[in-house]
Design a protein around this ligand. Structure first.
Ligand code: FES
Length: 181
């Protein structure tokens, strides 16, 4: 016992982001969004409402879209977090990003992070999403510019781009066409 430094330090929280592991000496109740933006310099996720309602802060946690403004850091310790910055590979854009460019689906850009992340998650579940599935997946992502038509077109364009880069054929279109997401 040293007699000094008697204040117990909480052990660092280990966080895996975009394939890199970080040990963060921050309070475990700070939000994931704050850590991503303020401690790791990842500004893809945006602060919009801070209430889990707008979707601007979305990230993937173990491949599932989640709202980082409402998730305490402790809640994602040891899990794989992917932000917008981690979607592309080897300096290339992710096909979903390319699709949004191709269809001119961006205006102010504030909602784009959430739209892109939600689309990646959707296409992992449904490689050939119906229009209804796309609308359901994005319905709680707010876009105030009104580019919803272009965004829905981007989802379908992304499905085509991803199918083109896939190694397996995608002729087996989803059987649940028109059904609930
Ligand atoms: Fe997280 Fe709006 S900032 S949902």
């Amino acid at each position: 016992m040293s007699g000094q430094g008697s204040t117990a330090m909480a052990p660092p929280v280990r966080l895996q982001v975009n394939g890199h592991t970080h040990a963060l000496a921050v309070h475990g109740q700070v939000t994931l969004l704050q850590v991503l933006r303020n401690d790791l310099g990842l500004n893809g996720p945006k602060y919009g409402c801070g209430l889990g309602e707008c979707g601007a802060c979305a990230v993937l946690i173990d491949g599932v879209a989640a709202r980082s403004c409402c998730i305490p850091l402790d809640g994602v310790a040891g899990r794989a977090v992917t932000t917008l910055e981690g979607l592309g590979q080897g300096g290339a854009l992710h096909p979903v990003q390319q699709a949004f460019i191709d269809t001119q689906a961006a205006q102010c850009g504030y909602c784009l992070n959430g739209m892109l992340v939600a689309t990646v998650a959707l296409l992992q579940r449904h490689p050939r999403p119906t229009d209804a599935q796309a609308r359901t997946a994005l319905q709680h992502h707010l876009c105030r510019c009104g580019t919803h038509i272009e965004i829905l077109a981007a989802v379908q364009r992304a499905a085509v781009l991803l199918a083109g880069s896939a190694t397996r054929p995608v002729a087996d279109a989803p059987a649940e066409r028109g059904g609930p997401a």
